[in-house]
Design a protein around this ligand. Structure first.
Ligand code: SF4
Length: 131
């Protein structure tokens, strides 16, 4: 596979400064995308963030799951830790197959290691049993 040199533009989200960062990276190599250079970041944290966005992007999922026998029909859930962007669709597919029974409490684990990721899906809303 041939490697392509790509120019990308990023707005750093690590702090409120929101630095505009221009980066060059290689794509198509056997080891995945690789950061070559960047400009515009005011600090090292911006470089770390851009490197992760290019080489190993991570995301947090927030969604909801149907609840049986509760005072709400849905419970909000999220990943306890960010997961690789490439796994988001697989994790969402597992969450979509899930339903829960009330009562539920914040922090309760719904799924462990969905799609082989190193996270849990946890409840972020209390749902009491329907009276
Ligand atoms: S590069 Fe540094 S100063 Fe700029 S937004 Fe990111 S964290 Fe903030």
């Amino acid at each position: 596979m041939s490697e392509n040199r790509i120019k990308g533009e990023f707005t750093c989200v690590v702090c409120p400064n929101g630095c505009f960062i221009e980066a060059e990276y290689l794509e198509g190599g056997s080891e995945g995308p690789k950061l070559l250079s960047l400009a515009g970041n005011q600090c090292k944290r911006g470089e770390t963030w851009v490197r992760q966005e290019i080489e190993t992007p991570m995301r947090t999922i927030s969604t909801s799951v149907p609840v049986h026998g509760g005072d709400f029909l849905l419970a909000s859930v999220r990943t306890a830790e960010p997961i690789p962007l490439a796994k988001v669709q697989d994790v969402m597919a597992e969450i979509r197959k899930t339903s829960l029974n009330a009562p539920l409490s914040i922090g309760q684990v719904v799924l462990k290691n969905p799609a082989g990721t190193e996270t849990e899906i946890i409840v972020t809303r209390n749902v009491a049993a329907a009276g």
